[in-house]
Ligand binder design. Structure first.
Ligand SMILES: NC(=O)c1ccc[n+]([C@@H]2O[C@H](COP(=O)([O-])OP(=O)(O)OC[C@H]3O[C@@H](n4cnc5c(N)ncnc54)[C@H](O)[C@@H]3O)[C@@H](O)[C@H]2O)c1
Ligand SMILES: [Zn+2]
Ligand SMILES: [Zn+2]
Length: 335
């Protein structure tokens, strides 16, 4: 079978491997779609922490069952790409998303940029009538859905989602579905236009030119947002966002950066604020995304800005790193 390997930062090369021999508890899949995400782009440009090479990338997958003990051949599925140990405290408490020994497909272990892959059967989700494109979009949307579930968004709350990349957009969708009133600041006018035009976000703010605090005060009638979500992964944006919290607010960090976070303890204390991180997603979040898609509450057509055949990924990959190309989600097809 043909596979695409990231051999070192900046280098992708096609090679052939044996089709995996099915092991007990696993299912053999024929890959049909692979969504490209920031993690893949950072792995390619060498800025993804804890990444080792060579590695087969790809964790946003839609596939057809070829051989399984539990599924019918030909069933279409998506994969929860987080292989958890099942034994650690987090796993024992149902927090499989933050297993202390987690192995993410395409990050810690080889992923789906291949014609075939075998994965543990308990990590598969049946398509339930969703299209291949929809199936490959479930994982990135589940990341946002998980962050919003952590925030426990209530009806009519102002939810500030900072950063309108694919992850932030998913958080905005699930904040809206949860009844929140979404406010979206970004520094990229194209992404702000996307929020307004495609996602019908209630309020957008240009964080580069506008006075964000003044805008937030005006929008919320002086209350400020009771939920703040970071989806930038920018240290500066995160440190800055503490001042946007209402008293009693929750601040959820979906975005991730390498440095330390600094904030004023008295300001945090007087708000009795809650700070949370949000890592990956659980089956419950995946189910929530599937249900939202089935009920047409999210339109996957909004996300896919670029399409490419598996054979052309190696030559086109670099261009997706250029912000001028306006990539939200690039979708790879394999026949
Ligand atoms: N929680 C998880 O498990 C998980 C999973 C995947 C990705 N992530 C993280 O989520 C973050 C977002 O991922 P993405 O793929 O959407 O990234 P992205 O780079 O496509 O989007 C980030 C957005 O933030 C905006 N931004 C940057 N600085 C800003 C600032 N100061 N103010 C306002 N907006 C600003 C950018 O213009 C961009 O639109 C990253 O940190 C990524 O590592 C987390
Ligand atoms: Zn991803
Ligand atoms: Zn575990």
């Amino acid at each position: 079978m043909k596979v695409l390997v990231c051999t070192e930062p900046g280098k992708l090369s096609y090679t052939t491997k044996e089709i995996p021999q099915l092991q007990a508890g696993n299912t053999l899949l024929k890959i049909k779609r692979i969504g490209i995400c920031g993690t893949d782009l950072h792995a390619f440009d060498g800025t993804q922490p804890y990444f080792t090479y060579p590695r087969i990338l790809g964790h946003e997958l839609a596939a057809e069952v070829v051989n399984s003990y539990d599924f019918k051949n030909g069933d279409t599925v998506t994969v929860i790409p987080y292989i958890n140990c099942g034994k650690c405290l987090a796993c024992r408490s149902g927090k499989t998303n933050c297993c202390s020994a987690i192995q993410v497909l395409g990050v810690h272990t080889d992923g789906g940029m291949a014609e075939y892959i075998q994965v543990p059967t308990h990590l598969l989700l049946h398509s339930q009538g969703l299209s291949l494109d929809e199936l490959a979009l479930i994982e990135p949307l589940a990341i946002g859905a998980h962050g919003i579930r952590r925030a426990d968004v209530k009806k009519d709350e102002y939810v500030l989602v900072i950063g309108a990349g694919p992850i932030g957009l998913g958080a905005m969708e699930f904040a809206r579905i949860g009844g929140g009133k979404v406010i979206a600041p970004d520094i990229n006018p194209r992404r702000l236009a996307f929020c307004k035009d495609k996602l019908k976000v209630d309020y957008t703010i240009n964080a580069l030119n506008d006075d964000v605090t003044a805008q937030l005060q005006e929008i919320t009638g002086g209350d400020m947002p009771s939920v703040v979500i970071d989806a930038t992964g920018s240290q500066k944006a995160i440190n800055n966002a503490f001042q946007y919290m209402a008293h009693g607010a929750r601040f959820v960090l979906i975005g991730l950066q390498k440095g330390e976070i600094a904030f004023s303890h008295p300001e945090f204390h007087k708000r009795e604020a809650t700070l949370m991180s949000s890592r990956n997603a659980t089956r419950e979040d995946f189910d929530r995304v599937i249900s939202a898609m089935k009920n047409k509450l999210v339109d996957p057509g909004n996300y896919i800005t670029h399409r490419v055949d598996f054979d052309d990924v190696a030559t086109q990959f670099k261009s997706w790193l250029d912000p001028a190309n306006g990539v939200i989600k690039c979708m790879v097809s394999i026949n």
